[in-house]
Design a protein around this ligand. Sequence first.
Ligand code: AMP
Ligand code: ZN
Length: 118
Amino acid sequence: MSDCIFCKIAKGEIPSKKVYEDEEIFAFHDINPITPVHFLIIPKLHIASLMEADMSHQMLLGSMLAKANELARSQGLEDGFRIIINTGRIGHQEVYHLHVHILGGPEPLGSMIKRNAS
Ligand code: AMP
Ligand code: ZN
């Protein structure tokens, strides 16, 4: 996708604070971190979101999660982290190139999503 910002980051056409790169995935720090450590893992292949993923992407999706622990530890997240994959309109996805958020820091992150008051 020629106009996709994350495709451009993966190709080095837009600068990023790189965490890791191999033939199939690229990881970089989020430009607007919401936790002390916040980086993204993306496939180099343009997949718009998990809503476009299928079993043909099994290996690639597995690589992204299988690499998460090592990359999290490399960023100091020795005691756990949270993964979020915002998906589609309901998932409040803003950038339509599939990405895994890795979030963490010295303090526990708190509950996942605030429950509605009832
Ligand atoms: P979302 O699509 O809602 O899961 O989140 C997109 C994420 O991409 C946000 O956390 C942004 O801060 C991040 N982001 C957008 N542009 C860049 C960029 N050029 N470099 C790094 N992170 C970015
Ligand atoms: Zn893309």
